[in-house]
Design a protein around this ligand. Structure first.
Ligand SMILES: CC(C)(COP(=O)(O)OP(=O)(O)OC[C@H]1O[C@@H](n2cnc3c(N)ncnc32)[C@H](O)[C@@H]1OP(=O)(O)O)[C@@H](O)C(=O)NCCC(=O)NCCS
Length: 127
């Protein structure tokens, strides 16, 4: 009898996945919404997924990767707020986001706590 795997697929269409590197080595990834997303820029732009390979966690890469992701989206999309969401039980991520200046908005999106960071003007490029 063959093993039944969950479906294996590529997702999502149109979103921008970027790898996070330490030097030459890929250590994680970040997923941004498509440029045309209706949620930007009025609601601030989103980090849809953010993940550090488990082999590289706990070394400060998440913090620096998050800063790089926020800088990237500010530069590429010209936004002054960045939104993301996190499951309430994810203590490491909530702690990281809080310590990087994200605050909880009080909104719950699909069971996840929505957090926003307002960027200083110096990070946001001229339009
Ligand atoms: C959350 C995640 C991105 C953190 O990445 P990381 O490289 O391990 O984080 P860092 O080493 O840079 O640590 C940054 C901060 O995260 C928090 N943190 C990291 N690991 C933690 C843990 N095990 N428990 C509590 N807080 C933790 C701390 O606030 C830490 O700051 P400190 O070292 O000054 O205490 C990583 O654990 C991950 O990819 N997890 C799986 C995917 C995920 O949960 N992504 C977020 C979805 S919203």
């Amino acid at each position: 009898m063959s093993t039944r795997w969950p479906e294996i697929y590529v997702w999502p269409a149109g979103e921008a996945a970027r790898l996070i590197y330490r030097g030459e080595e890929p250590v994680g990834f970040v997923l941004f919404p498509p440029r045309s997303s209706r949620k930007s820029p009025a609601d601030g732009h989103c980090i849809v997924r953010f993940m550090i390979d488990h082999r590289f966690q706990g070394q400060g890469i998440g913090r620096h990767g998050l800063r790089a992701a926020v800088d990237w989206i500010a530069r590429e999309r010209g936004v002054d707020r960045v939104r993301l969401s996190v499951v309430p039980e994810n203590t490491p991520a909530r702690s990281l986001y809080r310590s990087e200046g994200f605050t909880e908005t009080g909104e719950i999106d699909h069971g996840e706590i929505v957090m926003v960071k307002t960027l200083s003007r110096s990070v946001v490029p001229d339009q």
